[in-house]
Design a protein. Structure first.
Length: 165
């Protein structure tokens, strides 16, 4: 049956495609009330990097994360020195290797429903995605609890300024 024969108006159909969350995205939102601060298209299998400065050793950490279905998948962490909470050897939770460039790589391969963290005052939390760096202190004040998750967004969100291409 054609949409017009089913009594669906063209404006109703247009509204559906404009406002219904059909497009796979990465969403950054506040934890307390779920306010969407940022989103960007993120296809199945597409990766991005979540980077920050480690709180104890003040050295950079780069987490590679991939979208898999309706969740995120932590692929690996790259860092150049050990610090509190950083892996020091391979375990049943991950494999620690020395990369060809001298950086340590913690191969995790762990699915997670979401990643929750407090925006740091000096951590410089950044998303590196689609060739852009998104500094998270530009989205929320330090100390704000944020959530990264795989989600779906509407064309309205994608075009309305809360999402970027």
């Amino acid at each position: 049956m054609k949409w017009w024969a089913a009594g669906v108006s063209s404006s109703g159909l247009a509204a559906f495609f404009l406002f219904f969350p059909l497009h796979a995205t990465l969403i950054v939102s506040t934890s307390n009330d779920g306010t969407k601060l940022f989103c960007t298209p993120l296809a199945e299998g597409e990766e991005f990097v979540f980077s920050f400065t480690h709180s104890a050793n003040k050295r950079p950490v780069f987490d590679t994360i991939r979208r898999e279905g309706d969740h995120l998948f932590i692929v690996k962490s790259r860092f150049d020195s050990f610090g509190a909470g950083m892996p020091e050897a391979s375990t049943d939770k991950g494999k620690l290797i020395l990369g060809q460039d001298g950086w340590l790589e913690w191969i995790v391969n762990q699915p997670v429903p979401e990643i929750t963290f407090f925006v740091g005052w000096v951590a410089n939390h950044t998303l590196k995605i689609k060739g852009k760096d998104i500094t998270l202190t530009d989205l929320a004040e330090p100390g704000t609890l944020l959530v990264l998750r795989a989600g779906r967004s509407s064309l309205y969100d994608l075009w309305g300024g809360r999402c970027t291409k």
